[in-house]
Design a protein around this ligand. Structure first.
Ligand SMILES: CSC[C@@H](O)[C@@H](O)C(=O)COP(=O)(O)O
Length: 359
């Protein structure tokens, strides 16, 4: 069983035959693993939030594409490829905001196009090797981001984070939480304030769980309480993850992130975004063009499975918002720290990777 740790937490396992996902909807009360053997079921699991977090759903989709390799058994390479691509399109559409889904599909599609294979079994082996490589690379990227980002944090202080950008949201270790983990490992006395992050409570359920397991001091905040803590001077830095970063540096992340960024600017607190280069989207000019996932209103009118709003009252439920680049102090990637102006910095970074960011 392939596993990749980092603080002992992983969102997925690969057996060679099946993908196992840790059901994040049930954490922290239960650690339940669900088994998936088809790409359609994997796509439904992504939509249903069994697994979430941009890099984690990208890696999950990559293994979904391995499971889709059965489509290549059809007579004729072209027909097989067309059937496989249809399954890939379903995976890519499972959640619209995180660019990592499309990134995973492009990466595995390029592997198929560039690799020598004659049978579906050979193609499956190529796809599996690529999915495992994407997972390993994401884990290593998180370690590198941790090292770059830790240097930005003070020797002692409190960091606010929003949502969960930890091991559960990635191939292991985490982006924003990776930065915090690395700072602690480097001996910095960092404490964490975690926004609860309604409606799915990724902060209360997942970030708090991960950090408590690691013995990192974490205090939960109701989402509306952040402003009070900024005003009291209790926050020295903000670190969050990202679902997509546009070519100009605008950042899409969990709904509520923009509010935190505005507060950070108002109070002169640095606002850092930690994200792997797989989250950069040079094909999207600005945040205005990033599709924002709209989820069912029932996720807001109910809390922990019980309706809290009066019957008949609807709720708007955008899952993400966009923080304009001008509010972002720095973007931490595995290849180094980007500073404004981000358009030029992102072009330089991706150019340095050989002119093409994606395979
Ligand atoms: C390293 S995870 C970065 C982002 O994906 C994370 O901050 C986030 O917004 C996750 O949203 P989610 O709806 O839980 O998938």
């Amino acid at each position: 069983m392939a596993e990749r740790g980092g603080s002992g937490v992983v969102p997925l396992r690969w057996s060679g035959e099946a993908l196992w996902l840790l059901d994040q909807r049930r954490l922290p009360r239960r650690e339940a693993w669900l088994r998936y053997r088809s790409s359609g079921a994997v796509a439904r699991a992504i939509t249903a939030m069994v697994v979430r977090g941009a890099p984690a759903i990208g890696i999950t989709a990559a293994f979904g594409l391995v499971l889709a390799a059965g489509a290549l058994r059809r007579r004729g390479r072209a027909a097989g490829l067309a059937a496989w691509r249809r399954r890939a399109a379903v995976l890519a559409a499972a959640r619209p905001t995180a660019v990592n889904l499309a990134w995973a599909v492009r990466r595995l599609e390029a592997r198929l196009a560039g690799g020598a294979w004659a049978t579906a079994a050979e193609a499956r082996r190529l796809l599996e090797a690529e999915a495992l490589a994407a997972w390993r690379e994401d884990f290593e990227a998180n370690l590198a981001m941790g090292a770059h980002g830790a240097a930005l944090l003070p020797a002692r202080g409190t960091v606010l984070t929003h949502c969960n950008a930890g091991a559960l949201a990635t191939g292991g270790y985490g982006t924003a939480l990776g930065v915090i983990r690395a700072a602690r490992a480097a001996g910095k006395d960092i404490r964490v304030l975690a926004d609860e992050t309604r409606p799915w409570l990724q902060g209360a359920r997942l970030t708090a769980w991960e950090l408590a397991r690691d013995g990192i001091p974490v205090t939960l905040l109701a989402d509306g309480a952040a402003g009070h803590h900024f005003r009291q001077g209790r926050i020295q830095a903000v670190v969050v993850g990202a679902d997509r970063i546009a070519a100009n540096g605008d950042v899409a992340n969990k709904i509520g992130t923009y509010t935190v960024a505005v507060l950070a600017r108002q109070h002169g607190v640095p606002f850092y975004v930690a994200a792997p280069t797989s989250t950069l989207d040079p094909g999207t000019a600005s945040g205005d063009a990033i599709p924002i996932e709209e989820r069912p209103g029932e996720e807001v009118t109910a809390c922990a499975g019980r309706r809290v709003a009066p019957p008949g009252v609807p709720a708007a439920n955008p899952a993400f918002d966009v923080t304009p680049a001008e509010l972002v102090t720095a973007i931490v990637t595995e290849r180094g720290v980007l500073r404004p102006p981000y358009g030029a910095a992102i072009r330089r970074l991706l150019g340095a990777a050989g002119g093409e960011k994606r395979p």
